[in-house]
Design a protein around this ligand. Structure first.
Ligand SMILES: [Cu+2]
Length: 290
C-alpha cells in the first residue's frame, strides 16, 4: 500500500513538473496546446468562434435530412412533388450563406494580417534550416552562433549524459540534443529554409507553421509570453525519418538568454547544461511548492 502511495505521489510530482513545461502534446488531447503567444490565442479564439457556426449548421442540415426522409417517405407521400423552382428558397439559401461567410471571413482576414505583422521590429533573427532529418539553427547576432539540433537518443546512457532523463520534460520523439533558446516577451524573427527536400517548421503553442523550401527563405515570427520548453515537429513529409526531427524551443528570461548566448559560442553543451540546471531546477522547486 505504502509503495502504491509512494508511486502515486511520484507520478503526481512528475506530472506537476511536466506541467511546468506546458507546451507538448498530451494523450487523448482533442484541443490545441495552451497558447504561448498572442497569435496562438487568436487562433484558439477563431477556432472556437467558427465552431459556433459549424455545429448549428451541421445540426440544422441533419435535422432537414431526417425531416425529409421521414416526411416524404414513399408510404406517406405516394405522389412525388414536381416542384423544380422556388424563388424565395433560392434567395434564402444564397443570401444566408453569404452573410455567414462574411462573419467568418472578416475575423479570418484579421487573423491572417496579424500573423504577417510582427507587433514590433524583431531584435533577434534565427535561421532554421531543415535537413533530412534534423535542423540547423543560426543566430544572426553580431557574433553568429550556429548549431545542429537532432532528436534525443533513447539510449539510457545518452539521456543520462545529456542530463535529460526526465521523460516528462524531455519526451520520447520530441526532446532534442540542443534546444533553440530565446528570450521571453521578445519578438523573434525566424527565417526558414531547407538544404535537401521540403520540410516545415512548426511550433503549435506559438501558432506558427512555415514550409522550409530548398533555395527559398520563408519568414515568420513569434513573441513567446511564457517561459518554458516548447515542442514542435517537422510538418512536411520529408522522407523516412520525417517523424524523428522534432523542434524544441526553450523560452527563458532575458538575463538567462544573454548568459546562455555568450557561453554557447564557445561551449554549447556546457551552456545548455547550465541553463537546464537553472530552469529545470526552478520548475521542480515550483512543483514541490505547490
Ligand atoms: Cu519532415
Amino acid at each position: 500500500m505504502r509503495k502504491i502511495l509512494a508511486s502515486a505521489v511520484a507520478a503526481t510530482a512528475s506530472f506537476a513538473s511536466a506541467a511546468a513545461y506546458a507546451a507538448q502534446p498530451v494523450e487523448w488531447q482533442t484541443t490545441f496546446q495552451p497558447a504561448a503567444t498572442g497569435i496562438m490565442e487568436q487562433i484558439t479564439w477563431f477556432e472556437r468562434y467558427t465552431l459556433w457556426f459549424i455545429v448549428p449548421i451541421t445540426l440544422f442540415v441533419l435535422f432537414l435530412l431526417a425531416y425529409c426522409i421521414w416526411r416524404f417517405r414513399a408510404s406517406a407521400n405516394p405522389v412525388p412533388s414536381r416542384t423544380s423552382h422556388n424563388t424565395l428558397i433560392e434567395v434564402v439559401w444564397t443570401v444566408g450563406p453569404v452573410v455567414i461567410l462574411l462573419f467568418l471571413a472578416i475575423p479570418s482576414f484579421q487573423l491572417l494580417t496579424a500573423q504577417y505583422s510582427p507587433v514590433e521590429e524583431p531584435k533577434l533573427t534565427i535561421k532554421a534550416t531543415g535537413n533530412q532529418w534534423n535542423w540547423d539553427y543560426e543566430y544572426q547576432t553580431e557574433e553568429p552562433l550556429s548549431f545542429n539540433a537532432a532528436m534525443l537518443s533513447e539510449k539510457p546512457e545518452e539521456r543520462k549524459a545529456a542530463g535529460k532523463e526526465d521523460r516528462g520534460a524531455y519526451p520520447r520523439l520530441l526532446a532534442v540534443d540542443n534546444e533553440v533558446v530565446v528570450p521571453v516577451g521578445q519578438v523573434v524573427r525566424v527565417l526558414v529554409t531547407a538544404s535537401d527536400v521540403i520540410h516545415a517548421f512548426a511550433m503549435p503553442a506559438f501558432g506558427i507553421k512555415v514550409d522550409a523550401v530548398p533555395g527559398r527563405i520563408n519568414e515568420t515570427w513569434f513573441k513567446a509570453d511564457k517561459e518554458g520548453l516548447y515542442y514542435g515537429q517537422c510538418s512536411e513529409l520529408c522522407g523516412k525519418d520525417h517523424a524523428y526531427m522534432p523542434i524544441a524551443i526553450r523560452v527563458v528570461s532575458d538575463a538567462q538568454y544573454t548568459t546562455w548566448l555568450a557561453a554557447a559560442r564557445t561551449d554549447l553543451p556546457g551552456a545548455n547544461k547550465a541553463l537546464m540546471a537553472e530552469t529545470d531546477g526552478a520548475a521542480k522547486v515550483a512543483a514541490a511548492g505547490n
